[in-house]
Design a binder for this molecule. Structure first.
Ligand code: SF4
Length: 164
């Protein structure tokens, strides 16, 4: 898959120190996007699932997929996420510019959601920008507890103070 960068031991993309994997490609074109150079799907470098697994296992830390938008490489990210869960059992967060309501209508995106613990959904909206909310850029974005949301068939929010 095309990877912009891997940041080891970051605390800005979810609770605890995490391994964040920034994936290339995004077409949401949110006005005010902090990282438009991430939009090119051919950007970054090619990294195999095995290479990423080695980095993730070495760090012994929960994982976050960001970008760009990881859902633009949903098939490859789903395979990697399932392997992280199966072999390492780590907590996984995923950022996307899509809303949950869009994702549930796309089977290939739902395949990835099976391995995600928390989804930060929705585009960045400049008018909703807020520097005081945890792990998000704008107030329209939600921290979604994916397993509970799938279980109940309606959005259940993740409460950041809950120990994971
Ligand atoms: S989804 Fe994220 S990376 Fe894509 S345009 Fe919006 S803010 Fe930028």
């Amino acid at each position: 898959m095309r990877v912009l960068k891997v940041v080891e031991g970051t605390s800005v993309d979810g609770p605890k120190l995490r391994t964040s994997i920034y994936l290339a490609g995004c077409s949401h074109a949110c006005p005010g996007c902090h990282n438009p150079q991430s939009w090119d799907p051919a950007g970054g470098e090619e990294m195999s699932e095995d290479e990423l697994m080695r980095v993730i296992a070495y760090n012994e830390a929960p994982v976050t997929f960001s970008g760009g938008d990881p859902l633009f490489q949903a098939g490859a990210v789903a395979s990697l996420a399932a392997r992280i869960k199966r072999e390492l059992g780590y907590n996984i967060w995923c950022y996307t510019g899509y809303t949950w309501e869009h994702i549930v209508q796309q089977p290939q995106l739902m395949e990835l959601m099976k391995s995600i613990d928390v989804l930060v959904d929705g585009p960045f909206v400049m008018a909703e920008r807020d520097l005081d909310i945890l792990f998000r850029g704008s107030r329209n974005q939600r921290l979604i507890n994916v397993p509970e949301t799938m279980k109940h068939g309606q959005v259940v929010l993740f409460e950041p103070q809950v120990k994971i």
